[in-house]
Design a protein. Structure first.
Length: 338
């Protein structure tokens, strides 16, 4: 510590230049306003701002419940062993309706031996189910059409009777417009659909209502064009196990002159069986008409879910990256069924 001259009078310059405001010679005389002030030896830089202490917090980041982008799914895969379910199909074929129906079936409890075990994207499911609810104001059940060309992902955990393990599923939702463009564009096929090669389960939905006489040829032609372009650009290959779902089966089952084997199964097998690993066919009527007593809500959904609980060889955890997608699936863990 050191002492400097100081004065009680406002405006006195004695602390700056040593001169008294009233002209008094302090070496000879005394001044009642004068005194010695003690200051620290360390100098303070006026331009340097004092450090602000960082506040500590116990805040926890919660999931928003919204759908996930591909770049966000590691928030789920780093917590749980997940299986990626890719669902493709043309405009209005029923992709989003299937997702909404799965969610709605669990609203009232267990569904044919399957129990809801949680979801980190419940808001995303709810948005897709809204138009099927009375609250939407719609006269007929419907689902929100997927607008973005990019994949969106919904997470759901399901428990099945007879299986100790809870299955964590990542279900894709992609616009039919993406599929339409990919039929004739190698660029769209490679850039938007490369994720298909990472799928644990791959589904392609054919609109059953469009298989009626007037639109059957066009629908099957569009299906062929998509499959062939996927093969040409390496999205489908001889390791691809493709599950084909015929949707809106309630409208098609009893249609006069329709032969599922000859008009769908044989045509697709004859064209693509040698180019793909395996092709299976099944039917579904996720949201049948209310007046159709033959079909309950979610017809075929339990069969759709059952494929995820078939015992298979254990697949080791793996790190997956794809530069074309500008995303990285770190610690994408796959577990065998118990």
């Amino acid at each position: 510590m050191s002492e400097v001259k100081a004065c009680k009078q406002v405006g006195c310059p004695i602390s700056e230049d040593g001169k008294c405001l009233e002209g008094i010679d302090l070496t000879k005389d005394t001044c009642t306003h004068f005194y010695w002030d003690e200051v620290g030896d360390e100098k303070i830089d006026d331009e340097e701002e004092p450090a602000i202490p960082t506040a500590t917090t116990n805040r926890t980041t919660l999931f928003s419940g919204n759908e996930l982008q591909l770049t966000e799914i590691t928030t789920v895969t780093q917590k749980y062993g997940c299986e990626l379910i890719i669902i493709l199909g043309d405009l209005d074929c029923g992709k989003t309706t299937l997702l909404a129906t799965i969610y709605d079936l669990f609203q009232v409890g267990d569904f044919k031996g399957y129990t809801f075990a949680g979801s980190l994207t419940q808001k995303g499911f709810e948005v897709r189910s809204h138009l099927a609810r009375v609250a939407s104001g719609s006269n007929e059940a419907d689902t929100e059409r997927t607008k973005t060309l990019e994949f969106r992902i919904l997470h759901i955990a399901i428990k099945s009777e007879g299986h100790a393990q809870i299955k964590h599923l990542l279900l894709s939702d992609v616009s039919g417009e993406t599929i339409r463009q990919a039929r004739s564009s190698a660029k769209i096929m490679k850039e938007q659909l490369s994720i298909v090669k990472q799928a644990d389960h791959l589904f392609y939905i054919i609109d059953g209502e469009q298989l009626l006489v007037a639109d059957r040829v066009k629908t099957m032609l569009n299906t062929d064009l998509f499959f062939q372009n996927a093969i040409n650009n390496g999205v489908f290959n001889k390791n691809t196990n493709l599950n084909i779902l015929i949707s809106k089966w309630d409208k098609l089952k009893n249609a006069e002159g329709f032969d599922m084997d000859k008009m769908v199964i044989e045509k697709i097998n004859n064209r693509f069986a040698n180019q793909l690993g395996n092709i299976t066919f099944s039917v579904i009527a996720a949201r049948p008409g209310e007046d159709d007593a033959e079909f309950d809500l979610g017809y075929g959904v339990s069969e759709f879910l059952s494929g995820f609980f078939i015992k298979s060889e254990k697949i080791k955890s793996q790190n997956i990256s794809n530069a074309n997608l500008n995303t990285q699936f770190d610690k994408f863990k796959l577990k065998e069924d118990e």
